[in-house]
Design a protein around this ligand. Structure first.
Ligand SMILES: [Zn+2]
Length: 353
């Protein structure tokens, strides 16, 4: 899809505005009807902050997808397992309710996958309905009648924390998916001296693959240097490869003074991945030590983090928009410095070092 931002206009912008208004964001009357002005920009940013999206005021694939998903409430449509999967806040609400009642619908990611299907059928059997896996009015009613307690920590998070404690597999032989962010035509953000993310991500990815091989792992790049898969296609490939861990490499962008590494893991205001968080903390610890700076771990709703089924992180070792960090990351030693730190963090996740 195209990307819409401040200054744009047209029917797509009007559609974005209608959805924002539907979600309670105030849009100025002069902008309504398709002019992307200051109040639309503010509305998009507020929406992004509330959904743990990157707050940049830009409506790209992730923000647009979330705007569409936010419009669905449980009961609005019939849900069942199909390809492509149903996505939306209605699916997330269904997963949350099933988990709260003790059925294992898996991660509350708003995507109706095989685990949601199994949980629905199990639920239907328990309430004496035909276990057809189809969530229509009857099943929604049965769910609501049981008044599941959906406040407090989600059962899916608790379950994942427990499986983290049980993780005993080693890094040797483990497939590690590596995603070099962006590509030749989508260069990502750029710095004051003109360096762009894509200039650096592939070098970082190759260096990381080398480091991981030294640990006995099986690194797998999610794109070739001249390929341009979408984030969803990259996530699907990581899933198909049966990767034990997925690492996406990008660079951060922000105010000129912002600096330091940021490691993102899947999460939003209502849910997160404990495995992803643990991996992010370990990688960040090694990165701050290796680069001699400090940084943060944050939740992010990005397609790659959300759609991968293994612990996944998005590593942004520096701000390309920071003049001195841009200088550092164009040094030939930078990719291997980052790669060593990220590999050490992954190894620690598998219980080494
Ligand atoms: Zn990027």
């Amino acid at each position: 899809m195209s990307i819409f931002r401040l200054g744009d206009s047209g029917p797509e912008v009007a559609d974005i505005q209608q959805r924002l208004v539907g979600l309670g964001m105030p849009i100025d009357r002069e902008e309504l009807g398709g002019r992307f002005g200051a109040s639309t920009d503010a509305g998009v940013r507020e929406f992004q902050a509330g959904r743990s999206l990157r707050v940049d005021g830009i409506v790209g694939p992730d923000t647009w997808g979330q705007l569409v998903e936010a419009g669905w409430e449980l009961g609005d449509r019939t849900l069942y397992l199909r390809s492509p999967l149903f996505r939306g806040d209605d699916v997330r609400e269904l997963q949350r309710k099933l988990n709260a009642l003790g059925f294992d619908a898996g991660r509350e990611d708003g995507m109706f996958g095989a685990r949601s299907d199994a949980a629905v059928r199990e639920f239907q059997r328990n309430v004496g309905q035909g276990s057809d896996g189809i969530v229509g009015p009857e099943t929604v009613l049965a769910l609501e009648r049981l008044r599941p307690h959906t406040e407090g920590p989600s059962r899916a998070v608790v379950r994942e924390q427990e499986s983290l404690r049980d993780m005993r597999s080693g890094i040797a032989g483990a497939v590690i998916a590596i995603d070099p962010g962006h590509w030749v035509e989508d260069r990502g953000d750029s710095g004051p001296s003109g360096t762009s993310e894509a200039d650096v991500t592939f070098a970082m990815a190759s260096a990381l693959a080398n480091e991981l091989e030294a640990y006995g792992a099986k690194p797998a790049l999610l794109r070739a240097e001249d390929e341009s898969p979408t984030p969803s296609q990259r996530a699907r490939l990581a899933n198909e490869l049966g990767a034990a861990v997925c690492v996406s490499l990008h660079l951060n962008a922000g105010e000129p003074g912002a600096f330091g590494p940021t490691v993102y893991y899947f999460g939003s205001g209502t849910t997160y991945s404990p495995m992803g968080k643990r991996l992010a903390e370990l990688v960040l610890g090694e990165l701050t030590r290796g680069l001699g700076t400090h940084g943060t771990c944050e939740r992010l709703t990005a397609s790659l983090l959300r759609e991968t089924r293994m612990p996944a992180v998005q590593v942004e070792p520096a701000f390309i928009t920071n003049e001195s960090e841009e200088g550092a990351l164009t040094e030939p030693s930078f990719p291997s410095l980052v790669a060593k730190a990220v590999a050490a963090g992954i190894a620690a996740f598998f219980g080494h070092g």
